[in-house]
Design a protein around this ligand. Sequence first.
Ligand code: C5J
Length: 226
Amino acid sequence: MKAGATLTIDAEPYEFEFSPASCALLIIDMQRDFLEPGGFGEMLGNDISQLRRTIEPNRKLLAAWRARGLPVLHTREGHRPDLGCLPPAKKIRGRGTATIGDRGPMGRILVRGETGHDIIPELYPLPNETVIDKPGKGAFYATDLHAVIQNRGIKQLIVTGVTTEVCVNTTVREANDRGYDCLVPEDCVGSYFPEFQEAGLNMIKAQGGIFGWVSHSRHILAALEQ
Ligand code: C5J
């Protein structure tokens, strides 16, 4: 890959032209409570294998990004220990016996600093990588993500992580409204529900790419090799 190069990635609804120097890898909420056996996601009865299949493709993409010195950002969904940033409506949603802030299998559920809130070891951020702690589903809401990427001259985002129809979709929509091009590699995003995985990806690429592009990590890796 030459410095300043523009590369073409095979994608839907059409090729994605990207400039690696101004394109960040944004990894959404690959947190232990969502992905690990015994975590909050599994405790709710979800099939975590649907999310765990994204770990290896994310690991390879992250390694390729890091090897080229390209910008990497991670997000974590969660709340302050005093729950000051947790809207009451989010706290009671689901009518569960254990909800956000309560003690769960890996510490207090979705509370910053707890084991389950942290990123899985396979994709753990390096000290020079930005970690955005977000209280909502979208990574731009109530965070400094927009300022961080503007200040670094980033114009395009490769968005990966979980879950496809919730935090990935919300973030892609927020990014689209702020003028960023987003590419979503389908093997690097996951939903507990196969039908939502499909629908979530379709919604992004429909109508000529209304929110962005959908591709596969092998096409991104191939472009980086050019
Ligand atoms: C959810 C997320 N699904 N990261 N969070 O509650 O998508």
